[in-house]
Design a protein around this ligand. Structure first.
Ligand code: KG4
Ligand code: ZN
Length: 333
């Protein structure tokens, strides 16, 4: 089965071709240069950039995979969550191709794409626990099988990636800033400043493994305002902040793993590219007998291969969404 995947939920325009779940091409056009000067994503500019990029990106994905639309058996497209104007570009394009070529189309939840992303490189047997950490999401899911995902925890405020980006902005490191903090933190003393680690009590939702990063972000802002760090001192702030984020992510995830009796842990999403998180997750896995899987960088950040993969199990059983399928900014998993 040849599946064309299309992803445009945020600021990356992506298309990929999977042949029997094997990635033959995965093309991503980044918009970082468009949004950099604003220090964050400007939704209207994101939609316009998607419009310009979507057709060339799809054509490139097909040609790199040495296939044409005639060979494609089905289309998987991100239907949400995300920026609605961005989502609509990918969704409308997918619908147009599906209509013209009479192909089955399935709408995919972007989060399911991230949850299944490690499967693109090596099989991870269900059930497994997933820490999903990206610019828009920070959550823990218990994945029991295709389509069976239970949310055990969510962020109550900022996503971890958002905290990285905001702290990078405070430190004058540009946008997006996760990678810049990761790089700078390598030369910084991570024990220099003891930033707060939020401990979240179970709320009315009943979820016991929630996160919070806004207090940490404010603590960094206050520290920078008071101490005006320069040179090496900036690297120490970056390293100490990063350590606080990693502590919080791993403490909560390991508590959830213990609670459900998980034997396998997946860390996915853009922040899963963080070198300190990867290093400490592997060490914790070895200590607590958890097999840890993390996608390589190109499948941590947004891509269409994970969307094609997440759509392929539904296409394989003959599912097809109607053309009334709509984009949903807050689509739940
Ligand atoms: O998954 P993703 O590409 O997009 C969303 O769905 O949000 O994640 C992007 C996020 C950004 O916030 C970026 O700063 C962060 O991932 N990120 C990192 C690293 N690389 C990307 N955060 C920390 N360390 C990194 N090395
Ligand atoms: Zn994402």
């Amino acid at each position: 089965m040849i599946v064309l995947g299309i992803e445009s939920s945020c600021d990356d325009t992506a298309a990929a071709v999977l042949v029997d779940r094997d990635v033959r091409s995965s093309v991503v056009a980044s918009q970082d240069a468009v949004h950099q000067k604003y220090g964050g994503i400007v939704p209207e500019l994101a939609s316009r950039s998607h419009l310009r990029a979507i057709v060339p990106v799809i054509e490139q994905a097909l040609s790199k995979a040495h296939v044409t639309l005639t060979d494609v058996n089905g289309i998987a497209v991100t239907a949400g969550p995300g920026l609605v104007g961005s989502l609509l570009v990918g969704l409308s394009t997918a619908k147009a191709i599906a209509f013209a070529r009479q192909l089955p189309l399935v709408g995919v939840n972007h989060l399911e794409g991230h949850l299944l992303s490690p499967q693109l490189e090596a099989e991870v047997a269900f059930p497994y626990l997933v820490l999903l950490v990206s610019g828009g999401h920070t959550s823990v899911y218990w994945a029991e099988g295709y389509g069976c995902y239970r949310c055990l925890g969510l962020t109550r405020d900022d996503a971890a990636g958002e905290a990285f980006d905001k702290v990078a902005k405070i430190l004058g490191l540009g946008f997006p800033g996760g990678r810049a903090i990761d790089d700078l933190a390598r030369s910084g003393d991570r024990e220099a400043i003891r930033f707060p680690r939020a401990r979240i009590k179970p709320g009315r939702s009943g979820r016991r493994f929630d996160f919070s990063f806004s207090g940490l972000k404010t603590a960094v802002w206050q520290y920078v305002r008071e101490h005006v760090p320069a040179g090496e001192a900036i690297a120490a702030v970056a390293a100490s902040f990063q350590e606080a984020v990693v502590d919080q992510l791993l403490d909560t995830t390991l508590a959830a793993a213990n609670d459900v009796g998980a034997q396998r842990l997946v860390i996915a999403g853009g922040v899963a590219a963080n070198s300190r998180l990867r290093e400490r997750a592997l060490a914790a896995g070895a200590k607590f007998g958890l097999a840890v899987s993390m996608p390589s960088f190109r499948y941590c950040t947004d891509n269409a291969a994970m969307i094609a993969y997440a759509g392929s199990w539904r296409l394989a059983r003959g599912d097809c969404d109607p053309f009334t399928l709509n984009a949903s900014a807050d689509l739940e998993l």
